[in-house]
Design a protein around this ligand. Structure first.
Ligand SMILES: O=P(O)(O)O[C@@H]1C[C@H](O)[C@@H](CO)O1
Ligand SMILES: Nc1nc2[nH]cnc2c(=O)[nH]1
Length: 319
């Protein structure tokens, strides 16, 4: 039996939260059958089947407030993560910790208000396990959003970067959510990743941006995820820039890998919440408060953008 330890955690505001972690998380990997239990718990309580799942990035999960995306959700059914069997807990400020089912512009969706990060102490497979739960519920299209630092010098704070590709740096170091025995019921042992981000959904989203008159703030770029929780050094950022990275964050890549493993179609965007500092004479310090403030500032645009992308997917692709 793995040893269970109690960990005291802070949520970024100095608030203590307590979480139980298994000493050997890998041995404790959640089985297909356990995830079926999770999915059954949810489908027993929700009378519609969402085909589209959304993951809200830092500061973007404030979708529950007036004028927000969650505000636009109808027939909402909310599940705090602590009530869902086998689900991890959110410990980060700006990640509410609820799975919300509802209708967006009449389209049934499920939305994660709060995701799980490696730096919270969860292994990558656990950070990404809600994606598999979504798949078992019936979700075929994943919209993953995140907050990220802009490395591309043409990006400004508040811009939106449609993710056209990623560099799995943690994977380079041998850390991958698909590590361990493969369960063929989810997907194949060696999934390809060259079509990770659906080209057609990106083209459609660019058209949505054009129709909204926001093309000037929307880009296509390459995202990478680092383990965090610290932001990057100048030397690290210079290296990432040389590698061709346009925006850097602490999430999403493992979710996308897990989603593609189980044949979900993926659309992802980053909200650029800060411009990465790549010289030693700039004294600005990136911080989580700014990340959340920019999420709040862009809440209205993101709501309209996501609503239209969802409607488009539903009309054009969902069977
Ligand atoms: O959950 P995301 O990737 O949107 O959150 C980013 C990365 C860190 O969790 C946090 C840093 O402010 O924002
Ligand atoms: N790693 C990383 N994650 C972020 N999330 C928001 N901004 C940043 C950033 O500058 N670096």
């Amino acid at each position: 039996m793995p040893e269970i330890i109690k960990t005291n955690l802070t949520n970024g505001n100095g608030v203590q939260k307590q979480r139980s972690t298994s000493f050997n998380e890998e041995e404790n990997k959640i089985s297909y059958e356990s995830l079926q239990e999770t999915s059954k718990y949810l489908t027993d309580r929700v009378k519609f089947t969402p085909k589209i799942g959304i993951i809200c990035g830092s500061g973007m999960g404030g979708y529950w407030k007036a004028g927000s995306l969650a505000d636009a959700l109808e027939d909402k059914i909310e599940f705090p993560y602590e009530d869902i069997p086998h689900f991890p807990r959110s410990t980060v400020e700006g990640h509410v910790g609820k799975l919300v089912f509802g209708h967006l512009s009449g389209v049934p969706i499920v939305c994660m208000q709060g995701r799980f990060h490696y730096y919270e102490g969860y292994p990558l497979w656990k950070c990404a396990m809600p994606v598999r739960v979504m798949k078992l519920i019936g979700v075929d299209y994943l919209i993953a959003t995140n907050a990220a630092g802009g490395l591309n010098p043409t990006y400004n704070i508040g811009d939106i970067m449609l993710v056209k590709d990623h560099i799995n740096l943690m994977g380079f170091a041998g850390n991958n959510p698909l590590q361990g025995p493969n369960d063929d019921r989810f997907g194949i042992r060696f999934p390809p990743m060259n079509q990770a981000y659906d080209r057609q959904l990106m083209k459609d989203a660019l058209q949505v941006a054009k129709d909204m008159g926001i093309s000037d703030i929307v880009h296509e770029g390459v995202y990478t995820c680092l383990g965090g929780p610290n932001f990057e050094t100048v030397a690290e950022l210079k290296m990432l820039k040389m590698l061709g990275v346009d925006a850097v964050g602490m999430s999403t890549v493992h979710e996308v890998i897990t989603a593609r493993h189980c044949q979900m179609t993926v659309f992802t965007f980053s909200l650029i919440t800060n411009c990465c500092v790549t010289d030693y004479d700039t004294y600005e310090l990136p911080n989580h408060e700014e990340v959340m403030d920019v999420g709040k500032m862009r809440q209205g645009i993101l709501k309209d953008f996501v609503k239209t992308v969802v409607l488009n997917i539903s009309k054009k692709y969902v069977k």
